[in-house]
Design a protein around this ligand. Sequence first.
Ligand SMILES: Nc1ncnc2c1ncn2[C@@H]1O[C@H](COP(=O)(O)OP(=O)(O)O)[C@@H](O)[C@H]1O
Ligand SMILES: [Mg+2]
Length: 359
Amino acid sequence: MKLALTYNVKKETDEEISSSVKDAKNSVTSKYINRELVENYPERIDDTYAEWDSMETIDAVKAALESGGHDVMLVEADENAYERLKELKPEFVFNVAEGYYGASRESQIPAMLEMLNIPFTGSDSITIGICHDKSRCKEILSYYNIPNSKFFISDIQFDSNNLEFPQFVKPLHEGSSKGIYNSSLANNKEELISEIARIKECYNQPALVEDFIGGKEFTVAMLGNGENVKVLPIVELNLDFVPEGFNKIYSYEVKWFFDTRENQLDIFTCPAKVDEKIYKQIEKVCKDAYKVLRIRDWARIDVRLDKNNVPNIIEINPLPGILPDPRDNSCYPKAARHGGMDYNAMINAVLNEAVKRNS
Ligand SMILES: Nc1ncnc2c1ncn2[C@@H]1O[C@H](COP(=O)(O)OP(=O)(O)O)[C@@H](O)[C@H]1O
Ligand SMILES: [Mg+2]
């Protein structure tokens, strides 16, 4: 097939990196991070592009699709994307684009493709947009009684008197642990107010404030559609490996500073070692969430157990991260590997699910 791969890419040239390092050391975000981390990892402080893929990932996805016998054209999801797609007229699009601006930035390429009537992998513009706004996603889960933490949005309603601490504070519409730092766990009203201010200052958006769900954490890779949706082997996060002095959360610090290629944290177990009943409950809650949000083809769902061992949905990623190098500890490819698919097989499996759905 004649395919296009739509994507956004992180800054990569030496010049771009050195200017972002300079900015990073003085960036708003760096004010809130442990100073030692700012000194040791300046190139990683600026989380502006945390969600975007590296060229290594884009090349790996392209090579995987080519190994499936397809011709692949690269289309960067910038302001020229619509014209490019219109001109190139691909038969099908493999979409991993996160978009540039706005809460619905992940919906922009899907919306363009819908307008051009070009079929593509993954969820449609509505579902992608809803999942990207974590509160909208939680509202739907709650309507269907799918467990997720109680929450409020800082700009809409803020009554700290009836809150049970700790509370968890995150940007309303980001991913890749962007904006989720050790300080996101607020133990009292003062910390909560300061975290809400941090989100506003650094990310110019409201904060989502949630009850903290403190039990075991899992992430669940899903593949397929309708009754045939498959849950790949569940990945468990062993948060005990988070360095001492840091909260047991999968924060930006853990994801991008402590768990590096050179120095991998032994943070994941796949398949998860939990008793069978809980394993099944996690699978069920993820399938339910996938269904009510009308997710298509693939997604990765984060889950934590509450104090009664009930699996709660933390968030849903209809565009999961897919770093190709196993040393990068990317969870969708990890689950796929444990499910018997190497990187190329995984990418082509996603494409095949999308093609099947469209035929
Ligand atoms: N309500 C919560 N209770 C407990 N931990 C949470 C909660 N929300 C998020 N976390 C922790 O923060 C991490 C990142 O949050 P998440 O919403 O998944 O953000 P991202 O979209 O950046 O992955 C989770 O993997 C989990 O460790
Ligand atoms: Mg997550």
